[in-house]
Design a protein around this ligand. Structure first.
Ligand SMILES: Cc1cc2nc3c(=O)[nH]c(=O)nc-3n(C[C@H](O)[C@H](O)[C@H](O)COP(=O)(O)O)c2cc1C
Length: 346
């Protein structure tokens, strides 16, 4: 009976999820509440001094199914998964590295079959790859969907394979209404680490969770990543101030400045245009954006400024390289085909 109720709630949730994600495929991208449910004591200090020291490891069913991109086959196959979204919100705040936990054996496309498999799993699943150079991180976020009021077994494997006992571990999860369950205690005891207060949210609310995530991170003492290089976007007599972040892609972009670009307007949400020169390094790819963000699209070698409609998901990957720090609402009023000079601030 309990199983049946959980199944019904999940199906209802999944239906809602599909409808809110039914945004049309994007042609050109230039690149994403509930109260926090705490199980642990508030807060120990989070020793984050550099952006390079944060790892966001997460497991999401949507990325671990037999056919993960066939949204027709199962609503729960739609990408991104609920936990994926949360992971990228944390990444946006911390500029940490993302690690998606993939099991070698994929889960079925049918929800009830996954529930059954989770119940019958007697060993922890093997994972596809390991975290490279774990030593470089001192804070590890661990994200997961709550399964049977606890962590999925893939998280147990991850905690077995990675010795986190000297790290600061921060759990975050999404669920269908039953909360974090025993998952925080499991992570604490399996990792043997200093753990900070976790974040738990309904799966249906993950699409608009950036603010809640930011508030939570601030509350538990995680420092916001600092942007390093101030730049200006000069559009006629308008000057927008912005910061480039300290990622490899942003640093490559910086080498190409100053440069003028002709930017087209698209979907009442972005200005984008080709970059003169190329960027050969990689960065954290994502399919969501926030207002004020500046990004690079590797597929099209384009630069973009995002000013509205941040609830939309993109059909192509973008990499965040910075954000506008002044009022960018003026962009809403401009035409397509603007000339923009991008240069370092003196
Ligand atoms: C096998 C399985 C077990 C689940 N068990 C629970 C549960 O105990 N409590 C709950 O609230 N939600 C439960 N859910 C729902 C998921 O936690 C929820 O849909 C989550 O947001 C999915 O995130 P994802 O899309 O990133 O995988 C379960 C889902 C599955 C597939």
């Amino acid at each position: 009976m309990k199983k049946f109720i959980l199944f019904c709630i999940t199906i209802l949730y999944l239906l809602g999820f599909v409808s809110c994600k039914n945004t049309p495929k994007e042609e050109i991208p230039a690149e994403e509440n509930t109260p926090i449910e705490n199980e642990q004591k508030p807060n120990q200090e989070a020793p984050i001094s550099s952006n390079k020291k944060v790892l966001i490891a997460y497991f999401s069913l949507a990325e671990n199914m037999v056919n993960e991109v066939d949204a027709e086959a199962s609503a729960s196959m739609s990408l991104p998964g609920d936990v994926t979204r949360l992971a990228y919100y944390i990444q946006k705040y911390t500029d940490g590295d993302i690690f998606s936990i993939h099991t070698i054996k994929k889960y079925p496309n049918d929800f009830q079959a996954v529930v059954d498999e989770n119940h019958s799993e007697s060993t922890n699943p093997k994972l596809e790859k390991k975290v490279e150079n774990l030593d470089q991180y001192d804070t590890i976020f661990i994200g997961y969907p709550v399964w049977a009021t606890n962590v999925p077994r893939a998280i147990r494997t991850f905690l077995e394979e990675n010795n986190l006992s000297k790290k600061t571990v921060v759990p975050f999860c999404s669920h269908n209404g039953y909360g974090a369950g025993s998952s925080y205690s499991t992570i604490k005891s399996l990792s043997g680490a200093n753990t900070l207060d976790g974040f738990a949210i309904l799966g249906t609310q993950t699409a608009s969770a950036q603010n809640s995530i930011n508030e939570w991170l601030e509350k538990i003492g995680i420092k916001k990543a600092t942007s390093i290089v101030p730049i200006e976007l000069v559009i006629g007599d308008i000057i927008l101030n912005a910061n480039l972040n300290n990622t490899a892609v942003a640093k490559e972009f910086l080498k190409l400045l100053p440069q003028s670009m002709r930017l087209s307007r698209y979907g009442d949400r972005e200005y984008y245009g080709s970059i003169q020169g190329s960027i050969s390094v990689e960065g954290e790819r994502k399919r969501n954006f926030t207002k004020g963000e500046i990004s690079y699209c590797p597929a099209n070698n384009t630069f973009a400024i995002w000013f509205d409609k941040e609830e939309q998901m993109l059909g192509m990957d973008i990499i965040k390289i910075g954000e506008i720090t002044s009022d960018y609402n003026v962009l809403k009023t401009l035409e397509s085909g603007i000339e923009v000079l991008v240069r370092k601030t003196n």
